[in-house]
Design a binder for this molecule. Structure first.
Ligand SMILES: [Fe+2]
Length: 398
């Protein structure tokens, strides 16, 4: 009798577990599966690149890479690089695919793929539609890896766009993308970070339309990106090569030091709701910078450029922090120029010995900084929204 009771109890409990394990209804969203944002390139290096894009439903994702030879993309099975972690494909709506072991200065063609995951129960995974870059009768998108031996480079910098898509379009209008190696975003592209849709709608979709799926963009976070309930997602969309938002990279004759200047007021300010810890974060960056300025990538570069949203002019807490924690190291490293933003007006300061031993250029919120560098000369021009040149500075190799 006891055994019968135990068996009945087991069947009852098991039926409860089974009920709870019933497959949940499939995604009730009837919208067709699609890539809704991106792709855009992140931390392009000499031997690596990362692709980021999103889909409207959860999916697995991969990139196919093809050499820039004369073969049709369909000529052969192309190598697949999956969005995966620890051997398992990621199922998500944001897709981040990192590819390493590439050749420097080499052009590659690519396609992105996502396949909807309808359900995953036990060992059974059900898949839905595939969304991919169309390459039939179309030129596939491509990119070229960085190369420290490249003789000259050309780059652009915009900042403080503050969600003004039209201003971004105006400033980048007429850019010669075939000869532009990279774009710097020097922060405050948004007013605040509220959600994914707002981030794409406010500037990032425009960047993708204009250049970002084929020309790399390197982001120095501004203080406005740090505000809002979506701020902590920033690194997911803009992953630095070292997993940080401060990093360095080399392209042609220039080594770029990308710094994250944090907020402009003390961490205790009422505007931050007690959620920031930037003083400690800037200490952490300074410790990294101390090592970075002695690295081969930095010391061997003919030109060294620091990029930070907040300038080191002192006055507000953020500026004091940059001046006290970063500038002495940038002086020690012998940087050629510091490119900043934040003030919404153009400012050019000559070196101020004893403070900053290099020129500081602050681009405004309605101008684009255009630069060209070779092994001997770095030429920077500031052009406003009307196409007029505001200033031009030439820095010769020391
Ligand atoms: Fe700012």
């Amino acid at each position: 009798m006891k055994h019968i009771f135990t068996a009945l109890l087991f069947m009852f409990v098991n039926s409860l577990v089974y009920t709870r394990a019933q497959p949940s209804p499939e995604n009730s969203n009837d919208e067709k599966f699609k890539v809704n944002h991106g792709p855009y390139l992140q931390h392009l290096g000499e031997t690596e690149v990362t692709f980021v894009w999103t889909t409207n439903k959860e999916a697995v994702a991969w990139v196919e890479l093809a050499p820039d030879d004369s073969t049709n993309f369909y000529n052969t099975e192309r190598k697949k690089y999956f969005s995966a972690s620890h051997g398992l494909k990621n199922v998500d709506t944001i897709h981040v695919v990192h590819i390493g072991h590439l050749q420097p200065g080499t052009k590659y063609r690519y396609r992105i793929f996502s396949q909807e995951v309808l359900s995953h129960k036990g060992i059974e995974v059900r898949y839905g539609e595939v969304a991919a870059t169309r390459v039939f009768m179309r030129t596939p998108p491509s990119f070229r890896t960085n190369d420290h031996q490249k003789k000259d480079i050309s780059f652009l910098m915009v900042n403080d766009i503050h969600e003004r898509n039209e201003m971004l379009k105006t400033l980048l209008k007429g850019a010669d993308w075939t000869n532009t190696d990279l774009v710097l975003f020097d922060g405050d592209m948004v007013n605040s970070s509220r959600n994914e849709e707002q981030m794409f709608a406010s500037y990032l979709d425009t960047a993708v339309q204009l250049f970002a799926s084929q020309t790399p963009m390197y982001y120095a976070r501004g203080n406005h990106e740090t505000r809002g309930e979506f701020a902590d997602a920033f690194a997911k969309y803009f992953p630095g090569p070292n997993g940080k938002l401060y990093y360095m990279f080399r392209q042609g004759p220039v080594c770029f030091i990308m710094l994250d200047s944090g907020e402009d007021k003390p961490d205790s300010d009422i505007e931050y709701g007690g959620i920031t810890a930037f003083d400690v974060y800037r200490d952490e960056q300074a410790a990294w910078l101390k090592e970075a300025i002695h690295s081969k990538m930095f010391t061997e570069a003919p030109f060294k450029i620091a990029v930070a949203h907040i300038p080191p002019f002192r006055g507000w807490h953020g500026e004091e922090e940059i001046a006290n924690k970063f500038v002495p190291l940038l002086n020690e490293g012998g940087i050629d120029v510091m490119l900043c933003a934040h003030l919404h007006r153009f400012v050019r300061k000559d070196p101020k010995p004893g403070d900053y031993n290099f020129p500081v250029i602050v681009n405004s919120n309605h101008s684009v900084l255009k630069a060209k560098a070779d092994n001997a000369t770095l030429k920077i021009t500031i052009v406003d929204a009307n196409g007029s040149t505001l200033d031009s500075v030439t820095i010769n190799r020391r």
